[in-house]
Ligand binder design. Structure first.
Ligand code: MG
Ligand code: ZN
Length: 225
């Protein structure tokens, strides 16, 4: 009888990650911290969105975990606006994992923290599929990436609770077709909120902060300052 080869798909890695992610989100809920997974392409403006939020929400209420392949450039950007930040360097890793977040949380203090903003590695693919203990997902999407991104990367846009369009001031220069972009999102994820921003108008990030504070009040009623 010939040797029969069997291929076993090992699910244990994702199961371990997901169990850990669930523990993280529960322990953050226990201390009334809302954790947000911020995803988007490299250069889409994830760090600028976080900076923009700090114009409305006091820095003391925000903790940031920065995921990057290398460098602590974004962490230092956070610290320069008074935000406690922890840098994860994934080296060749193209997404954050729950184990990385657990390690980061141990190194952060959450005394006055209400929002844990986790900037994932710049990538529109796998961060959508790996749970890291987030309560909510934000996708940051710039006009310069083109209006076809929701159709090309539907998974991440389907998972988004909020989509922040950045570089709105460049929309017409790069021929960003906002109408079809928004229609595509509505057809795949009708519950997603969409907010347009530009660093040329610092006030445009106020709506993102307002959305976060509103979500906070839904997660933790009675815990508002
Ligand atoms: Mg960044
Ligand atoms: Zn990946």
């Amino acid at each position: 009888m010939p040797n029969k080869k069997t291929v076993r798909i090992d699910r244990s890695v994702t199961e371990t990650n997901d169990a850990m992610a669930q523990r993280i989100s529960h322990s953050l809920s226990d201390v009334n911290v809302l954790s947000v997974n911020i995803m988007g392409s490299p250069g889409s403006g994830k760090t600028s969105v976080i900076e923009g939020i700090t114009n409305t929400i006091p820095a003391a209420e925000i903790a940031v975990i920065q995921g990057d392949l290398e460098s602590d450039i974004d962490k230092r950007r956070m610290e320069s606006v008074g935000i406690a930040a922890y840098q994860i360097n994934t080296h060749s890793g193209c997404h954050l994992t729950a184990a990385m977040i657990e390690q980061a949380i141990v190194n952060l203090t959450f005394e006055h923290t209400r929002f844990l903003l986790i900037e994932n590695v710049g990538n529109l693919v796998c961060p959508a599929d790996v749970l890291i203990g987030q309560h909510l997902n934000i996708v940051v999407s710039s006009t310069t990436e083109g209006s076809d991104k929701p159709r090309k990367y539907p998974v991440i846009f389907k998972r988004a609770d909020l989509i922040v369009i950045t570089k709105e001031d460049l929309a017409s220069a790069v021929g960003f077709d906002e109408k079809s972009y928004i229609m595509d999102i509505h057809s795949m994820n009708p519950r997603a909120k969409i907010i347009k921003t530009t660093t040329k108008d610092k006030d445009s990030f106020r709506s993102v902060a307002d959305w976060l504070m509103h979500e906070y009040s839904l997660f933790y009623p009675g815990e508002n300052p």
